[in-house]
Design a protein. Structure first.
Lengths: 203, 203
């Protein structure tokens, strides 16, 4: 068996509050059950083209509810959160930086992802900007100039497109989306089922 | 303060598996906190006209996932469940019967709702049929003939329409949807937050 089959595949969009909430918890869940986390940033916009959905904040009734639900859940879970003025955003630049970091500093992916999420959902910074995202990652690896170039690198563009295509092939349509031993779980409200699945080997 | 302000408002569609799962639990939650349940069957199709959504089983990727998620959740929660061949259905007839029963036998609403849900989601009966729904309710109150007439009664038609309009005015867009002291909660996966809200008076 390859080690990769035992990884927790964690798909998330950088402009997803529930992706952020889950990112703060998934490593601890993996540690509890001796599983690595495979960090998979993707573009939810690519999935919406397939499902025919709209970005959540723009859906009548559901959008307003969701804003309230995100704030309430952040309070219940004790996670700092403030809905940014610019919401949602396109997450191409931070995604490409994380896929670059996967090769350049694989052990620091979680740290980088949480820094980007906190910059956006706590400090309100626009991480869709290559300069902003590059500055954040430069505290971990690389110079700002080098990292801005990464966000426009054809190889990283192709990599992100491939990851989005593969995600959709696997059925990923929302954020967060977690796959454990082939079993898919959508939403931070399925983390209890993820844990139960890891504990029992399936139910 | 009127007693009604303290009720747990429970909105659900008869063709919603998560509405069914929640219906099996909501009365016990109310009892735990000394709250009555106000049973509010409504037509999710009316809400989808506002949100621009599609019935869940028809959404690409999400529909297939949801089927799996419903079955998995039923196993985890120990609730008998089998996705009916005809799914989803229009729930006009069972909704009208429940609003009739609200006056005719108010103390037996929960029993009637669970009987309808089990007929559909366990036995696979087509409860969108007035004859089928009437037969189920006749074990509680009224003759089958009388109850079939109820499903076509102009007063009950108007009542259901009013309830759907009011639900949408309140922001209800999905099933189950629960309102506690003005705070809205969507989905069976928010029952933990409903309980926490009842326990703490808000967080």
């Amino acid at each position: 068996m390859q080690a990769s089959t035992n990884e927790i595949e964690f798909y998330f969009d950088f402009s997803s509050p529930f992706g952020y909430f889950t990112a703060t918890k998934i490593k601890a869940i993996g540690d509890e059950f001796g599983r690595e986390v495979s960090w998979k940033p993707f573009m939810i916009a690519a999935a919406l083209k397939v499902t025919g959905g709209m970005p959540l904040p723009m859906v009548p009734l559901k959008g307003e509810y969701s804003k309230r639900d995100m704030e309430r859940t952040s309070r219940l879970w004790g996670i700092p959160y403030k809905q940014p003025d610019k919401f949602p955003i396109s997450s191409q630049a931070p995604c490409r930086l994380i896929y670059w970091l996967q090769a350049a500093a694989p052990d620091r992916q979680e740290e980088a992802i949480l820094k980007l999420y906190e910059a956006y959902f706590v400090q309100g910074l626009d991480i869709s900007s290559p300069a902003v995202a590059a500055q954040i990652i430069s505290s971990i690896k690389g110079s700002e100039e080098e990292l801005i170039a990464v966000t426009q690198n054809p190889e990283m563009k192709a990599r992100l497109k491939d990851e989005c295509d593969l995600a959709i092939q696997k059925g990923v349509f929302g954020s967060p989306y977690i796959i454990v031993d082939g079993e898919p779980f959508w939403g931070s409200d399925r983390l209890d089922q993820v844990q139960e699945w890891l504990r029992t080997g399936g139910f």
